[in-house]
Design a protein around this ligand. Structure first.
Ligand code: ATP
Ligand code: MG
Length: 421
């Protein structure tokens, strides 16, 4: 893509009421637009990052045997009344609306109820299970504080997978596999080192749910980490009995602020019983299905990457989710041959499938470099009169700042050809 054609422009300042670093950088660099507090639109650069995150998550969910669906946001209240979750006193962040005939609807904040109810139409025998069903879909939550940029949206994309197993053992095996898939996802998006499997409250049928918490000062949670074991305990469940049960000792734990990037739950029969999701086993006996749910917020993950991987100049995207893997920057000066060479190089890159943003704008070098630092594409290739004299391209690493002068052959050896949007 040519930068001269990108409709977004970088900005010196973010909106005055924006207090989070992720939103400030993403708005200034032109990745997102703030519609209102907790409500953000994704612009071309931002959507590319989101799609890359989506691709990684989808690959890992498919590898788990997940079948993808897309459920509705508008929800009937009946299923939710059966499980006792329609009342605002039970879930306090519902957005609700009404049809013209006064029928009350909810804008789904999660999908245990509708999916379990839907499945009763299809799955009835032991032969129909286990099932792993997921979606990447918009959730609405009327969050009371929305000051964390895209890490806490009132409208946000969630990947939610639900597992439907025949018994607890079958559930437990899948739950462990899902945990591994989550670790893979957070590692692939560049947060492996900072993300901890964390014991938390919330499993209806297990003592704990497992959160995946990424250490950052922008986080709203407090966790206690055992660095050697690489696990943590959320403050909400921290108690002497819990530590004893988990084989942890207070003296080994370090307190950190963190953000919950993912959460997985063992729900047992909490939803299958009220919603009537049963199956008939080999002996003809009727049994309730054992359910698990597994969530990741895509925008929250993107915002967390920005919080963790950025410096005073801007964002530093990991290659796996960067909007482009190469930022080709031509310093035009007054030489026609610089432009011609850069134009040709851009065409060659596009042709060989490299994901490249080409800064072909007629701006001063300082402005182009500042924009490039802010946008944060991991590799920068600078075409200048100075380099061209020796047939060299300047190759700069955004993270380390290292610069090398390389020839075109070496350049083509280095450009990443990762699968990308
Ligand atoms: P929190 O405690 O931070 O409000 P939660 O525990 O209510 O989150 P879950 O219901 O567990 O969230 O949702 C599953 C995942 O969806 C979370 O782990 C998080 O990654 C994401 N998520 C939840 N709420 C939001 C939000 N308001 N904006 C963006 N992502 C969110
Ligand atoms: Mg949670």
């Amino acid at each position: 893509m040519k930068q001269s054609q990108l409709f977004t422009k970088t900005r010196k300042e973010a909106p005055k009421d924006e207090v989070s670093k992720n939103a400030e950088l993403l708005i200034r660099a032109g990745f997102i637009h703030k519609e209102m507090a907790g409500v953000y639109s994704y612009l071309p650069l931002g959507l590319r990052v989101l799609k890359n995150i989506e691709r990684i998550i989808r690959e890992e969910m498919n590898a788990l045997g997940g079948q993808e669906v897309l459920l509705t946001t508008l929800q009937n209240k009946e299923s939710w009344q059966k499980t006792g979750r329609f009342d605002d006193a039970v879930i306090d962040n519902w957005f609700k609306t009404k049809l013209k005939n006064d029928t009350e609807l909810g804008l789904a904040n999660t999908h245990e109820e509708p999916l379990s109810a839907l499945l009763t139409n299809f799955a009835k025998s032991f032969r129909d299970f286990p099932l792993y069903i997921y979606q990447i879909q918009t959730k609405f939550r009327n969050e009371s504080r929305a000051k964390s940029g895209i890490m806490r949206g009132r409208e946000f994309l969630m990947k939610d997978l639900y597992s439907f197993s025949r018994d607890q053992k079958e559930h437990d095996v899948f739950y462990e596999k899902a945990k591994n898939a989550y670790h893979k996802i957070f590692t692939r998006v560049g947060l492996g080192g900072q993300t901890y499997e964390t014991f938390a409250s919330g499993g209806s049928f297990a003592k704990y749910s497992h959160e995946f918490q990424t250490v950052t000062d922008a986080g709203e949670d407090i966790i206690y980490i055992d660095e050697k074991k690489r696990i943590a305990v959320n403050k909400e469940v921290l108690a002497p009995e819990v530590l004893k049960e988990l084989g942890l000792e207070k003296k080994d734990l370090v307190e950190k602020k963190a953000v919950e990037v993912g959460n997985i739950f063992s729900l047992g029969t909490r939803f299958s019983l009220p919603l009537g999701l049963f199956y008939t086993d080999e002996k003809g006996e009727k049994k309730p299905v054992i359910i698990g749910s597994y969530g990741i917020g895509l925008g929250r993950l993107m915002g967390t990457v920005v919080e963790v991987l950025s410096d005073e100049k801007g964002i530093i995207w990991p290659e796996s989710i960067a909007p482009f893997t190469v930022h080709l920057v031509s310093l035009l000066g007054d030489k026609v041959d610089v432009r011609t060479y850069a134009d040709n190089l851009y065409l060659k890159l596009e042709k060989s499938g490299v994901s490249v943003l080409y800064d072909d704008r007629d701006l001063r070098p300082g402005e182009k470099f500042a924009d490039s630092d802010l946008i944060g594409i991991p590799n920068r290739a600078i075409i200048s009169e100075r380099g061209m004299k020796d047939d060299k391209i300047e190759w700069k690493n955004r993270e380390t700042g290292d610069i090398e002068m390389i020839d075109e052959k070496e350049f083509f050896r280095r450009v990443p050809r990762t699968v990308h949007v």
